[in-house]
Design a binder for this molecule. Structure first.
Ligand SMILES: Cc1ncc(COP(=O)(O)O)c(C=O)c1O
Length: 359
Protein backbone atom coordinates (compact mmCIF):
# COMPACT_ATOMS: atom_id res chain seq x y z
CA UNK A 1 0.00 0.00 0.00
CA UNK A 2 1.38 3.40 -0.87
CA UNK A 3 2.13 5.54 2.18
CA UNK A 4 1.88 2.66 4.64
CA UNK A 5 3.55 3.51 7.94
CA UNK A 6 2.65 2.54 11.49
CA UNK A 7 0.44 5.19 13.10
CA UNK A 8 1.59 6.93 16.26
CA UNK A 9 1.39 5.50 19.74
CA UNK A 10 1.37 8.45 22.11
CA UNK A 11 2.09 8.85 25.78
CA UNK A 12 -0.63 11.08 27.28
CA UNK A 13 0.36 12.08 30.85
CA UNK A 14 -2.52 14.56 31.06
CA UNK A 15 -5.06 11.79 30.55
CA UNK A 16 -3.15 9.51 32.94
CA UNK A 17 -3.36 12.06 35.72
CA UNK A 18 -7.08 12.63 35.08
CA UNK A 19 -7.79 8.91 35.12
CA UNK A 20 -5.42 8.42 38.08
CA UNK A 21 -3.48 5.66 36.39
CA UNK A 22 0.23 5.21 35.79
CA UNK A 23 0.21 5.74 32.04
CA UNK A 24 -2.24 6.28 29.21
CA UNK A 25 -1.11 5.23 25.76
CA UNK A 26 -3.16 6.47 22.81
CA UNK A 27 -3.01 4.67 19.49
CA UNK A 28 -4.06 7.41 17.11
CA UNK A 29 -5.66 6.42 13.82
CA UNK A 30 -6.15 10.06 12.90
CA UNK A 31 -4.19 9.67 9.68
CA UNK A 32 -3.80 6.22 8.19
CA UNK A 33 -2.47 6.07 4.63
CA UNK A 34 -4.06 9.42 3.85
CA UNK A 35 -7.46 8.56 5.36
CA UNK A 36 -8.85 9.63 8.73
CA UNK A 37 -9.52 6.17 10.16
CA UNK A 38 -8.06 2.68 10.56
CA UNK A 39 -10.56 1.10 8.20
CA UNK A 40 -8.27 0.97 5.17
CA UNK A 41 -6.29 -1.80 6.92
CA UNK A 42 -9.24 -4.17 6.60
CA UNK A 43 -10.55 -2.93 3.26
CA UNK A 44 -7.17 -3.18 1.50
CA UNK A 45 -6.29 -6.69 2.68
CA UNK A 46 -9.80 -8.06 2.07
CA UNK A 47 -10.03 -6.45 -1.38
CA UNK A 48 -6.74 -7.99 -2.45
CA UNK A 49 -7.67 -11.44 -1.15
CA UNK A 50 -11.13 -11.22 -2.74
CA UNK A 51 -9.61 -10.26 -6.08
CA UNK A 52 -7.23 -13.24 -5.93
CA UNK A 53 -10.17 -15.55 -5.18
CA UNK A 54 -12.21 -13.96 -7.98
CA UNK A 55 -9.56 -14.54 -10.64
CA UNK A 56 -8.55 -17.88 -9.12
CA UNK A 57 -4.89 -17.01 -8.66
CA UNK A 58 -2.43 -14.34 -7.55
CA UNK A 59 -2.17 -11.52 -10.11
CA UNK A 60 1.00 -11.34 -12.24
CA UNK A 61 3.98 -10.18 -10.14
CA UNK A 62 3.73 -6.52 -9.05
CA UNK A 63 5.79 -4.16 -6.94
CA UNK A 64 3.44 -1.30 -6.30
CA UNK A 65 -0.25 -0.56 -6.49
CA UNK A 66 -0.03 0.94 -10.00
CA UNK A 67 1.49 -2.25 -11.33
CA UNK A 68 -1.20 -4.25 -9.55
CA UNK A 69 -3.88 -2.05 -11.13
CA UNK A 70 -2.30 -2.57 -14.56
CA UNK A 71 -2.26 -6.34 -14.03
CA UNK A 72 -5.98 -6.28 -13.20
CA UNK A 73 -7.06 -4.07 -16.07
CA UNK A 74 -8.49 -7.10 -17.89
CA UNK A 75 -11.27 -7.25 -15.29
CA UNK A 76 -12.70 -3.85 -16.21
CA UNK A 77 -15.43 -2.70 -16.11
CA UNK A 78 -15.29 -3.83 -12.49
CA UNK A 79 -16.80 -2.58 -9.27
CA UNK A 80 -16.32 -2.80 -5.50
CA UNK A 81 -19.44 -2.36 -3.38
CA UNK A 82 -20.23 -2.15 0.30
CA UNK A 83 -22.50 -0.68 2.94
CA UNK A 84 -21.10 1.76 5.45
CA UNK A 85 -21.65 4.17 8.29
CA UNK A 86 -18.85 6.20 6.70
CA UNK A 87 -15.30 5.06 7.23
CA UNK A 88 -15.35 1.56 5.76
CA UNK A 89 -17.09 2.82 2.63
CA UNK A 90 -14.53 5.55 2.22
CA UNK A 91 -11.76 2.97 2.52
CA UNK A 92 -13.37 0.69 -0.07
CA UNK A 93 -13.85 3.66 -2.40
CA UNK A 94 -10.19 4.56 -1.88
CA UNK A 95 -9.13 1.00 -2.82
CA UNK A 96 -11.36 1.05 -5.90
CA UNK A 97 -9.80 4.32 -7.01
CA UNK A 98 -6.25 3.00 -6.54
CA UNK A 99 -7.12 -0.07 -8.60
CA UNK A 100 -8.99 1.85 -11.30
CA UNK A 101 -12.36 0.26 -10.49
CA UNK A 102 -15.75 1.78 -9.80
CA UNK A 103 -17.15 1.93 -6.26
CA UNK A 104 -20.79 1.71 -5.23
CA UNK A 105 -21.38 2.56 -1.58
CA UNK A 106 -24.72 2.15 0.21
CA UNK A 107 -25.38 4.36 3.22
CA UNK A 108 -28.24 4.69 5.70
CA UNK A 109 -30.34 7.81 5.38
CA UNK A 110 -29.35 10.75 7.57
CA UNK A 111 -25.59 10.42 6.99
CA UNK A 112 -23.67 13.71 7.36
CA UNK A 113 -22.96 15.45 4.06
CA UNK A 114 -19.21 15.58 4.84
CA UNK A 115 -19.05 11.79 5.04
CA UNK A 116 -20.93 11.32 1.76
CA UNK A 117 -18.85 13.89 -0.07
CA UNK A 118 -15.61 12.29 1.20
CA UNK A 119 -16.66 9.06 -0.56
CA UNK A 120 -17.73 10.90 -3.69
CA UNK A 121 -14.35 12.61 -3.79
CA UNK A 122 -12.82 9.14 -3.99
CA UNK A 123 -14.93 8.65 -7.13
CA UNK A 124 -17.63 6.49 -5.51
CA UNK A 125 -21.30 6.44 -6.38
CA UNK A 126 -23.11 6.80 -3.06
CA UNK A 127 -26.68 5.48 -2.77
CA UNK A 128 -28.84 6.37 0.21
CA UNK A 129 -30.91 3.45 1.50
CA UNK A 130 -34.10 4.14 3.44
CA UNK A 131 -33.52 2.82 6.96
CA UNK A 132 -30.52 2.11 9.14
CA UNK A 133 -27.08 0.56 8.65
CA UNK A 134 -28.52 -2.97 8.60
CA UNK A 135 -30.82 -1.96 5.72
CA UNK A 136 -27.79 -0.64 3.83
CA UNK A 137 -25.94 -3.92 4.46
CA UNK A 138 -28.88 -5.91 3.07
CA UNK A 139 -28.96 -3.71 -0.04
CA UNK A 140 -25.21 -3.94 -0.65
CA UNK A 141 -25.32 -7.74 -0.41
CA UNK A 142 -27.52 -7.83 -3.53
CA UNK A 143 -24.91 -6.04 -5.60
CA UNK A 144 -22.59 -9.05 -5.98
CA UNK A 145 -22.06 -10.21 -9.60
CA UNK A 146 -19.36 -11.43 -12.00
CA UNK A 147 -18.18 -7.83 -12.28
CA UNK A 148 -18.74 -6.68 -8.70
CA UNK A 149 -17.17 -7.76 -5.41
CA UNK A 150 -18.94 -6.89 -2.17
CA UNK A 151 -16.29 -5.98 0.42
CA UNK A 152 -18.27 -5.96 3.64
CA UNK A 153 -16.83 -5.59 7.13
CA UNK A 154 -19.78 -7.42 8.61
CA UNK A 155 -20.88 -10.98 7.89
CA UNK A 156 -24.07 -12.96 7.55
CA UNK A 157 -24.89 -16.62 6.83
CA UNK A 158 -22.99 -17.64 3.68
CA UNK A 159 -20.83 -14.49 3.61
CA UNK A 160 -17.88 -15.02 5.90
CA UNK A 161 -14.59 -15.15 4.02
CA UNK A 162 -14.25 -11.46 3.13
CA UNK A 163 -15.26 -10.13 6.59
CA UNK A 164 -12.71 -12.53 8.07
CA UNK A 165 -10.03 -10.98 5.87
CA UNK A 166 -11.16 -7.54 7.01
CA UNK A 167 -10.52 -8.67 10.59
CA UNK A 168 -7.10 -10.04 9.58
CA UNK A 169 -6.23 -6.63 8.13
CA UNK A 170 -7.21 -4.88 11.35
CA UNK A 171 -4.73 -7.06 13.28
CA UNK A 172 -1.99 -4.79 11.88
CA UNK A 173 -2.86 -2.18 14.52
CA UNK A 174 -2.23 -4.53 17.41
CA UNK A 175 1.10 -5.70 15.97
CA UNK A 176 2.15 -2.07 15.54
CA UNK A 177 1.24 -1.36 19.17
CA UNK A 178 3.30 -4.32 20.41
CA UNK A 179 6.25 -3.31 18.24
CA UNK A 180 6.19 0.28 19.53
CA UNK A 181 5.92 -0.83 23.15
CA UNK A 182 8.69 -3.41 22.77
CA UNK A 183 10.94 -0.86 21.10
CA UNK A 184 10.35 1.67 23.88
CA UNK A 185 10.76 -0.74 26.77
CA UNK A 186 7.48 0.40 28.35
CA UNK A 187 5.07 -1.96 30.05
CA UNK A 188 2.36 -3.60 27.98
CA UNK A 189 -1.16 -2.40 28.79
CA UNK A 190 -3.17 -3.70 31.72
CA UNK A 191 -6.38 -2.46 30.15
CA UNK A 192 -7.29 -1.98 26.49
CA UNK A 193 -10.34 -0.03 25.32
CA UNK A 194 -11.80 -0.72 21.88
CA UNK A 195 -14.92 0.79 20.25
CA UNK A 196 -17.48 -1.63 18.82
CA UNK A 197 -19.91 -1.33 15.92
CA UNK A 198 -20.41 -4.79 14.41
CA UNK A 199 -17.41 -5.92 16.48
CA UNK A 200 -15.03 -6.80 13.64
CA UNK A 201 -12.29 -4.55 14.99
CA UNK A 202 -12.78 -5.92 18.49
CA UNK A 203 -12.58 -9.46 17.08
CA UNK A 204 -9.08 -8.62 15.85
CA UNK A 205 -8.22 -7.24 19.29
CA UNK A 206 -9.56 -10.28 21.12
CA UNK A 207 -7.69 -12.67 18.81
CA UNK A 208 -4.50 -10.74 19.35
CA UNK A 209 -4.60 -10.31 23.11
CA UNK A 210 -6.11 -13.66 23.98
CA UNK A 211 -3.43 -15.56 22.07
CA UNK A 212 -0.39 -13.65 23.32
CA UNK A 213 1.61 -13.55 26.52
CA UNK A 214 0.18 -10.16 27.54
CA UNK A 215 -3.39 -10.65 28.66
CA UNK A 216 -4.88 -7.23 29.36
CA UNK A 217 -8.39 -6.59 30.56
CA UNK A 218 -10.42 -5.80 27.45
CA UNK A 219 -13.27 -3.32 27.47
CA UNK A 220 -15.66 -2.87 24.54
CA UNK A 221 -17.40 0.48 24.17
CA UNK A 222 -20.68 1.13 22.36
CA UNK A 223 -23.26 3.92 22.12
CA UNK A 224 -26.14 3.48 24.53
CA UNK A 225 -28.79 3.13 21.82
CA UNK A 226 -26.76 0.79 19.59
CA UNK A 227 -25.15 -1.50 22.15
CA UNK A 228 -25.80 -4.68 20.22
CA UNK A 229 -22.70 -6.51 21.46
CA UNK A 230 -23.57 -5.88 25.10
CA UNK A 231 -27.19 -6.92 24.48
CA UNK A 232 -25.93 -10.07 22.76
CA UNK A 233 -23.65 -10.87 25.70
CA UNK A 234 -26.59 -10.52 28.07
CA UNK A 235 -28.79 -12.72 25.86
CA UNK A 236 -26.06 -15.31 25.23
CA UNK A 237 -26.60 -15.12 21.46
CA UNK A 238 -26.69 -12.51 18.72
CA UNK A 239 -29.24 -9.85 19.62
CA UNK A 240 -30.80 -7.22 17.41
CA UNK A 241 -31.06 -3.68 18.73
CA UNK A 242 -33.49 -2.03 16.35
CA UNK A 243 -32.74 1.38 14.85
CA UNK A 244 -32.89 4.12 13.99
CA UNK A 245 -29.57 4.57 15.76
CA UNK A 246 -28.97 8.25 16.29
CA UNK A 247 -25.64 8.38 18.10
CA UNK A 248 -23.04 10.89 16.95
CA UNK A 249 -20.61 7.93 17.18
CA UNK A 250 -21.83 6.98 13.71
CA UNK A 251 -19.23 4.28 13.10
CA UNK A 252 -20.77 2.38 16.00
CA UNK A 253 -24.42 2.73 14.95
CA UNK A 254 -24.98 -0.95 14.25
CA UNK A 255 -27.93 -3.07 15.33
CA UNK A 256 -26.36 -6.52 15.13
CA UNK A 257 -22.85 -7.92 15.74
CA UNK A 258 -21.05 -9.56 12.85
CA UNK A 259 -21.79 -13.29 12.70
CA UNK A 260 -18.14 -14.30 12.56
CA UNK A 261 -16.99 -11.74 15.12
CA UNK A 262 -19.58 -12.74 17.71
CA UNK A 263 -17.97 -15.96 19.08
CA UNK A 264 -14.70 -14.10 19.66
CA UNK A 265 -16.49 -11.19 21.30
CA UNK A 266 -18.45 -13.51 23.55
CA UNK A 267 -15.29 -15.30 24.67
CA UNK A 268 -12.84 -12.44 24.97
CA UNK A 269 -14.35 -9.21 26.28
CA UNK A 270 -14.15 -8.51 30.01
CA UNK A 271 -16.26 -5.36 30.32
CA UNK A 272 -18.99 -3.86 28.17
CA UNK A 273 -19.49 -0.14 28.52
CA UNK A 274 -22.29 1.79 26.83
CA UNK A 275 -21.87 5.54 26.67
CA UNK A 276 -24.03 8.57 25.92
CA UNK A 277 -23.10 11.02 23.19
CA UNK A 278 -22.11 13.65 25.72
CA UNK A 279 -19.40 11.31 27.05
CA UNK A 280 -18.00 11.01 23.51
CA UNK A 281 -18.02 14.80 23.10
CA UNK A 282 -16.15 15.22 26.38
CA UNK A 283 -13.63 12.58 25.34
CA UNK A 284 -13.02 14.45 22.06
CA UNK A 285 -12.28 17.60 24.06
CA UNK A 286 -10.04 15.75 26.50
CA UNK A 287 -8.12 14.15 23.65
CA UNK A 288 -7.76 17.53 21.93
CA UNK A 289 -6.17 18.84 25.14
CA UNK A 290 -3.77 15.92 24.93
CA UNK A 291 -3.03 16.96 21.30
CA UNK A 292 -4.93 14.06 19.71
CA UNK A 293 -7.59 14.70 17.08
CA UNK A 294 -10.44 12.25 17.63
CA UNK A 295 -13.74 12.30 15.80
CA UNK A 296 -16.97 11.32 17.55
CA UNK A 297 -16.42 7.58 17.08
CA UNK A 298 -12.75 8.08 17.85
CA UNK A 299 -13.69 9.48 21.26
CA UNK A 300 -15.63 6.38 22.27
CA UNK A 301 -12.74 4.41 23.79
CA UNK A 302 -11.72 7.19 26.17
CA UNK A 303 -15.37 7.84 27.02
CA UNK A 304 -15.72 4.17 28.00
CA UNK A 305 -12.56 4.13 30.11
CA UNK A 306 -13.57 7.35 31.84
CA UNK A 307 -17.01 5.93 32.67
CA UNK A 308 -15.62 2.63 33.93
CA UNK A 309 -12.76 3.99 36.02
CA UNK A 310 -14.79 6.93 37.28
CA UNK A 311 -16.83 4.55 39.39
CA UNK A 312 -14.75 3.75 42.49
CA UNK A 313 -16.15 0.27 43.07
CA UNK A 314 -15.90 -0.71 39.44
CA UNK A 315 -12.35 0.58 39.32
CA UNK A 316 -11.43 -1.77 42.12
CA UNK A 317 -13.29 -4.65 40.50
CA UNK A 318 -11.46 -4.03 37.22
CA UNK A 319 -8.20 -4.06 39.15
CA UNK A 320 -6.85 -0.74 37.91
CA UNK A 321 -4.75 1.51 40.15
CA UNK A 322 -2.23 4.32 40.04
CA UNK A 323 0.43 2.09 38.52
CA UNK A 324 -1.65 0.63 35.67
CA UNK A 325 -1.12 1.24 31.97
CA UNK A 326 -4.26 1.93 29.95
CA UNK A 327 -4.35 1.74 26.15
CA UNK A 328 -6.99 3.81 24.40
CA UNK A 329 -7.51 3.19 20.70
CA UNK A 330 -8.68 6.30 18.87
CA UNK A 331 -10.02 4.82 15.66
CA UNK A 332 -10.75 8.00 13.69
CA UNK A 333 -9.77 11.61 13.25
CA UNK A 334 -12.05 14.48 12.26
CA UNK A 335 -14.26 12.67 9.75
CA UNK A 336 -16.80 15.52 9.97
CA UNK A 337 -14.62 18.65 10.39
CA UNK A 338 -17.58 21.03 10.90
CA UNK A 339 -19.05 18.92 13.69
CA UNK A 340 -15.55 18.55 15.16
CA UNK A 341 -15.09 22.30 15.45
CA UNK A 342 -18.54 22.72 17.00
CA UNK A 343 -17.81 20.10 19.64
CA UNK A 344 -14.19 20.86 20.46
CA UNK A 345 -14.28 24.61 19.88
CA UNK A 346 -11.26 24.58 17.60
CA UNK A 347 -10.66 23.38 14.04
CA UNK A 348 -9.07 19.96 13.87
CA UNK A 349 -6.06 21.25 11.97
CA UNK A 350 -5.18 23.55 14.85
CA UNK A 351 -4.56 20.50 17.01
CA UNK A 352 -1.41 18.80 15.96
CA UNK A 353 1.13 19.23 18.65
CA UNK A 354 2.54 15.82 19.42
CA UNK A 355 3.60 15.51 23.04
CA UNK A 356 5.61 12.32 23.31
CA UNK A 357 5.47 9.92 20.45
CA UNK A 358 6.47 6.46 21.58
CA UNK A 359 6.82 5.78 17.92
C1 LIG B 1 -13.87 4.93 13.34
C2 LIG B 1 -14.48 3.63 13.66
N1 LIG B 1 -14.18 3.05 14.82
C3 LIG B 1 -14.70 1.86 15.17
C4 LIG B 1 -15.56 1.19 14.33
C5 LIG B 1 -16.13 -0.10 14.78
O1 LIG B 1 -15.66 -1.18 14.04
P1 LIG B 1 -16.53 -2.50 13.98
O2 LIG B 1 -17.77 -2.15 13.21
O3 LIG B 1 -15.66 -3.49 13.31
O4 LIG B 1 -16.88 -2.86 15.38
C6 LIG B 1 -15.90 1.76 13.10
C7 LIG B 1 -16.80 1.08 12.18
O5 LIG B 1 -17.21 1.59 11.17
C8 LIG B 1 -15.36 3.02 12.75
O6 LIG B 1 -15.65 3.62 11.60
Amino acid sequence: MPAYAPTLLLDAPLLASRLQVGRVLVKAETYRMGLPSFKILGASWATYQALCAHIGREPEPWHNINELAANLVFLKPFKLATATDGNHGRAVAFMARLLGFEAQIFVPDGMAAARISAMEKEGATVSIVAGDYDAAVARAAKEVSESCLVISDTSWPGYETIPNQVIEGYATIFHEIDDAIDASGLAHPDLVAVPMGVGAFMAAGVSHYRSGSNQPTIIGVEPLDANCVQESAELGEIAHVPGPHQSIMVGLNCGRPSLIAWPRLAAGIDWFVSVEDEAARQAMRDLAEAAVVAGETGGASLAGVTALLGDKDRRQEVGIDGSSTVLVIVTEGATDPIAYEQIVGRPHDSIGRILTAIR
